[in-house]
Design a binder for this molecule. Structure first.
Ligand code: PEP
Ligand code: MN
Length: 335
């Protein structure tokens, strides 16, 4: 916290503030300025009671500086976190591509897509077995049957799998089958689910809430780490804005900001940001150029018949092109 004194604050008033800071076990750092003195409060572990300091004579303002998140922050953990999923390393110096359909629809559909995305260079397979759908009348996912298909894909193709968990009831089941457990945009602030994720033995892919600030997103990750699971991958998937030319607005500026503030890996989901296929490749290129640590992309061999998110799903040939383009871009920054 920074305490800013009034221009006419007296020496005694400044000394009193310093004394109050030190009596709480913090360090006071007076910073003389052109026309007023400010006093930095250092080494406080938690929040400082700003209301108390504002009430002291001669104090103009008390500005909080310490971030509300701790374990997510680079101040707490300077080194970039690397997450190992089978042979795949996620984090600084690596680019992970996760690809597959929005929803698992049948073994044949999933296997067909998995074979194609693997051939193009995907490192992991994605597919929802429990789907958070806006309408209760649309396809809700295959449930455990879908998870068994994911297991088969891992066994037969050697691709680790990522799939979404929606609630407590199915957490154990998803944790059993998944290599990475996804928490979707709609559950980013489901705090009891985040606490359960903190007890999980698998990495968590935490999507940004569609209306969440980055601080709120970081605090959601803080719940998981505080709960005991330090393996969190952040995933930006677009936020709600006033525009109509895309389903959401991909916040590219989140990438450099997250990389500066946090040690956790950040990947981009261009599919749910765009909502339409023709924007997915350009957004993917932009994400890797902005130094995201990877992508999560929806791909379907017959998107016109997809049971969910067909309009934003790439054809396998398009995904093939995407992989070669983003690999080239990644190569520019990682010689
Ligand atoms: C998904 O990835 O299947 C999904 C539902 O994404 P989001 O939570 O970002 O909408
Ligand atoms: Mn989807």
């Amino acid at each position: 916290m920074l305490i800013v004194m009034h221009q006419k604050a007296t020496r005694d008033q400044i000394d009193r503030v310093v004394k109050e800071i030190e009596s709480r076990g913090y360090k006071a750092l007076p910073i003389p300025g052109g026309d007023r003195v400010s006093i930095g409060v250092l080494y406080n572990k938690g929040a400082v009671d700003s209301a108390f300091f504002i009430s002291l004579p001669g104090v103009k303002e008390a500005i909080p500086i310490t971030r509300p998140y701790k374990q997510v922050s680079r101040e707490f953990h300077g080194e970039d976190t690397l997450i190992q999923v089978g042979d795949v390393t996620i984090g600084e110096g690596h680019m992970v591509i996760m690809a597959g359909p929005c929803a698992l629809e049948s073994e044949k559909q999933a296997m067909t897509i998995a074979e194609k995305v693997k051939k193009s260079g995907a490192h992991m397979f994605r597919g929802g077995a429990f789907k958070p759908r806006t309408s209760p009348y649309t396809f809700q996912g295959m449930g455990e049957e879908g998870l068994k298909i994911l297991e088969k894909i891992r066994m037969e193709l050697g691709l680790p799998v990522v799939t979404e968990v929606m609630d407590h009831d199915t957490f154990d089941l998803v944790e059993h089958y998944a290599d990475v457990i996804q928490i979707g945009t709609r559950n980013m602030q489901n705090f009891s689910l985040l606490k359960r994720a903190g007890k999980a033995g698998k990495p968590i892919l935490l999507k940004r809430g569609m209306c969440a600030t980055i601080d709120e997103w970081f605090m959601a990750a803080e719940y998981i780490i505080e709960g005991g699971n330090s393996e969190v991958i952040l995933c930006e998937r677009g936020v709600r804005t006033f525009v109509r030319h895309s389903r959401n607005t991909l916040d590219i500026s989140a990438i450099p900001y997250v990389r500066r503030e946090s040690h956790l890996p950040i990947i981009i989901d261009p599919s749910h940001a765009a909502g339409r296929r023709e924007q997915v490749i350009p957004l993917s290129r932009a994400a890797i150029a902005a130094e995201a640590h990877g992508l999560m992309v929806e791909v379907h061999h017959e998107p016109e018949n997809a049971l969910s998110d067909g309009a934003q799903s790439l054809y396998p040939e398009q995904f093939d092109l995407l992989c070669s383009q983003v690999q080239a871009i990644f190569g520019i920054f990682n010689k």
